[in-house]
Design a protein around this ligand. Structure first.
Ligand code: NAD
Length: 345
């Protein structure tokens, strides 16, 4: 298949690009190269004759029309987004413009392309979203695909809006869409403003390891390469108009996750004192959701997918990757906002 992947120089998008090329798909990577992008993320496939790159902004409809006309993709995998909750608290405008208006532009460009092709049923618009659209859970229960939306941050509200647009384009125009809502990803190539790389890199630099609030917030952690695998499966086998929740079945309190990473570093990069001594509790994020948990029954029963990696194994691989890839992360530490406390409102 020829895939148009948006946001393919970001964390998850690049995992999708690498896996799709490895599986024999042709990939056109469309990315605006914001602060979160990194060309090095796709270096392993950049010289493949199945890979091409288009620097473009999804807010630019004319650029999207040109790219659809040039490449005539069989499917779109839409991952381009502003993705950092803390940045959405400080500056929500970019989230509204990219995540909502950008998705609208992409839907319209995709619809025009699909109509020019004679509305083939085989076309897919796969929208990649987050479990954060469902809001916050108490100690019990899990998000299913039927859970009502209840977003609480500018980021999750903008993603919820984009999910609604995608469903509406299916119901109104018949565009063959699939949606996925996924839990927190982690793994190689994760931009060093998100929790797990921050923990690893602050630990290695002898800096305080910040944990928001009391560290009791619970997240369900999914190894990014498992997510990429699930996304390609949903693209190929998912039912049109349907959404699938994707989770790692690995719920952890933030503080326990951070302690596990510290213990892995004690083992792999030992120093005189335990890394956990650097843990520092800091003022919580406003509106910090207490718990997210995914019920993955639908994707497991309909498509036979389950994660291949436990959080212990995935964290071990991730810590090893950061220890071995300083040349990847060192230049990113100079990017705007990295290493600063953002999102205190
Ligand atoms: N990271 C997670 O844990 C997680 C979990 C569930 C869902 N998601 C969703 O998956 C997608 C990818 O997340 P990520 O963590 O890889 O994000 P990321 O921030 O690492 O990457 C986003 C990419 O999109 C590009 N981009 C941003 N604005 C753009 C624009 N206007 N036009 C074109 N490209 C633009 C950036 O340059 C970057 O390469 C997002 O839609 C996000 O909402 C993320």
């Amino acid at each position: 298949m020829k895939l148009l992947v948006t946001g393919g120089c970001g964390f998850i998008g690049s995992a999708v690009v690498r896996l799709a090329v490895a599986r024999g798909h042709e990939v056109v990577n469309l990315d605006a190269m914001t602060y979160a992008a990194n060309a090095a993320n796709v270096a392993p496939v950049a010289s493949s004759n199945r890979y091409s790159f288009e620097q473009a902004d999804i807010r630019d409809r004319a650029a999207l029309d040109r790219i659809f006309a040039t490449h005539s993709p069989d499917a779109v995998m839409h991952l381009a987004a502003e993705s950092h909750v803390d940045r959405s608290i400080d500056g929500p405008a970019d989230f509204i413009q990219t995540n909502i208006t950008g998705t609208f532009n992409l839907l319209e460009a995709a619809r025009a392309h699909w109509m020019r092709q004679g509305k083939p049923d085989s076309f897919r618009f796969h929208h990649i979203s987050t479990d954060e659209v469902f809001g916050s859970l108490g100690p019990e229960g899990r998000f299913t695909e039927e859970t009502p939306y209840d977003p609480r941050s500018p980021y999750s509200a903008s993603k919820a809006a984009s999910d609604h647009l995608v469903r509406a384009w299916h119901e109104t125009y018949g565009l063959p869409v699939v949606l996925t809502n996924c839990s927190n990803n982690y793994g190689p190539y994760h931009f060093p403003e998100k929790l797990i790389p921050v923990v690893i890199l602050n630990a290695l630099h002898g800096k305080p390891i910040p944990v928001y609030g009391t560290g009791k917030n619970v997240r369900d952690w999914l190894y990014v390469e498992d997510h990429a695998d699930a996304l390609l499966l949903v693209l190929e086998k998912g039912r049109i108009g349907r959404s699938y929740n994707i989770g790692g079945e690995n719920e952890r309190r933030n503080i326990d996750l951070v302690r596990t990473i510290c213990a892995l570093l004690d083992e792999m990069a030992p120093k005189a004192t335990p890394y956990a001594d650097q843990i520092t509790f800091v003022t919580d994020r406003p509106g910090h959701d207490a718990r997210y948990a995914i019920d993955p029954t639908r994707i497991r029963e309909e498509l036979g997918w389950r994660p291949s990696v436990t959080v212990e194994e995935g964290l071990r691989r991730t810590v090893r990757w950061y220890l071995d890839n300083e040349a990847w992360w060192r230049p990113l530490l100079n990017r705007q906002g990295v290493g600063e406390r953002l999102g205190r409102a």
